[in-house]
Design a protein. Structure first.
Length: 176
């Protein structure tokens, strides 16, 4: 085996990315405080051709040095918008026909591995604050809440890790 160099990877340019067909997914960040998590989520969103990221509440916005450090330029490729309120942003997405899926540990949640993702449907995935999670008002208007199965002593993943796991699962189930 030989490690491939960047030129062999067939990556899109920013303009090619912007004109590409996107996955029918929007990411909503509900009061995410870590600039590094935000940047990592931008980078992951770029990898899976995500339609857009909504940055809500205290979630920082590009340009910011710490976001840029982990996004590695994905803030230039991935579309994003800022909304003061995650609740109102999610409410708008619902009115536009998106299925709202909050990633949160709640009564009645569905395990990610059991969640049925319908092709040709549009989804908005909501990820919340690193300590307090997705706000209850957003949970209240969500169509589903999903949890990532965990088996160790900790009861949560880092938000950027959670986003990567959930987006990969959605990608596998919609692109196959």
């Amino acid at each position: 085996m030989r490690k491939r160099v960047n030129e062999e990877l067939g990556r899109k340019s920013v303009s090619e990315f912007k004109s590409s067909e996107k996955s029918p997914l929007i990411i909503v960040l509900d009061n995410v405080r870590s600039h590094n998590n935000i940047g990592s989520i931008f980078r992951t969103a770029d990898s899976f051709l995500i339609e857009k990221i909504l940055l809500c509440g205290i979630t920082a916005r590009p340009p910011h040095r710490d976001i840029h450090k982990t996004a590695l330029g994905a803030t230039e490729s991935v579309a994003w918008e800022y909304h003061e309120s995650a609740f109102y942003a999610v409410q708008e997405l619902k009115e536009e026909g998106y299925i709202i899926v909050s990633v949160e540990q709640v009564e009645g949640s569905v395990s990610l591995n059991n969640f049925i993702i319908e092709k040709n449907k549009r989804y908005a995935l909501v990820f919340g604050h690193e300590i307090t999670g997705v706000s209850q008002e957003v949970i209240d208007i969500s169509d589903f809440c999903i949890e990532i199965p965990q088996f160790g002593t900790k009861h949560s993943f880092n938000i950027a890790v959670s986003a990567g796991i959930v987006l990969w699962e959605f990608f596998k189930k919609t692109e196959s």
